[in-house]
Ligand binder design. Structure first.
Ligand code: IPE
Length: 244
């Protein structure tokens, strides 16, 4: 089983609010069609959900956020998810849309819901879920990132490989030289949050990737705009950053 996160910077143009990148969606969908094992897809919010969560000052911390903000983020994610689903369908997948509340209750993941997603994937359909604004309880909501969902799913289903398709070639040792880190396992201890904060969301991705790889699943950061590299990784050839 392959678990793949389609980063917001691949499926949307992060520089332009509410702008999908449909060609990029199609290219990834085509490549994933070639995998001869079950696939589960998680996608990010990019210039849809992310854009609105910044506007409404909403974060991963549970709080009493503006209800208009919660609704706006959720509506925008439905729109983006629909485009991802259409792209997958058009390219031969049978996507099975799972909104995150299908396997999340508050900020806890339900192993039963996740196991069901695994069964759906094994039946020949492609479960698709996404980062979103979620109900937390006690009048609070929070932003659940697609990266966090990757960890929740990987813990229960232990896929053969987790792929993070990013807008970059992988993890860079520093932003100046943009020297690619090919294997992150040995340097885990030296990846500090401060190094990673330069790239914003990268710190969070590294955190989740490290947690997943500690559970025994290989995690691969790859440039999602070069879909050939996704196909290669499925076949065992890694051009990007591997966590193991
Ligand atoms: C987006 O999920 C969640 C929302 C803001 C609704 P991610 O945080 O995983 O999205 P990207 O991939 O970084 O855009």
């Amino acid at each position: 089983m392959i678990l793949i996160k389609l980063g917001g910077s691949v499926i949307t143009d992060k520089a332009r609010p509410l702008t999908p990148r449909k060609k990029a969606m199609d290219a990834v969908a085509r490549v994933l069609r070639k995998a001869d094992e079950p696939v589960i897809i998680v996608h990010g919010g990019g210039s849809f959900g992310h854009y609105w969560s910044v506007k409404y000052d909403m974060h991963t911390e549970p709080k009493k956020y503006n209800p208009r903000g919660v609704a706006t983020v959720k509506n925008s994610m439905i729109k983006l998810d629909n485009m991802v689903l259409e792209s997958l369908f058009k390219n031969g997948h049978s996507p099975y849309c799972l909104c995150p509340s299908a396997f999340m209750s508050g900020n806890r993941a339900s192993p039963k819901g996740i196991r069901e997603a695994g069964e759906i994937a094994k039946s020949g359909m492609t479960p698709v879920t996404y980062g979103d604004a979620l109900w937390h309880g006690q009048k609070k909501t929070y932003i659940l990132s697609g990266d966090r969902i990757m960890t929740h799913i990987a813990k229960v289903l232990r896929p053969r490989l987790c792929i993070f398709a990013l807008g970059e070639d992988g993890l860079y040792s520093d932003m100046k030289s943009r020297k690619l880190v090919r294997e992150a396992g040995s340097m885990r201890a030296s990846i500090s949050a401060t190094d990673m904060d330069v790239t914003g969301g990268m710190a969070r991705k590294v955190r989740e990737a490290t947690a997943i790889s500690r559970g025994g699943t290989r995690v691969f950061f790859v440039n999602g705009n070069k879909p050939r590299r996704i196909a290669d990784a499925i076949g065992g050839k890694f051009e990007g950053t591997l966590f193991r």
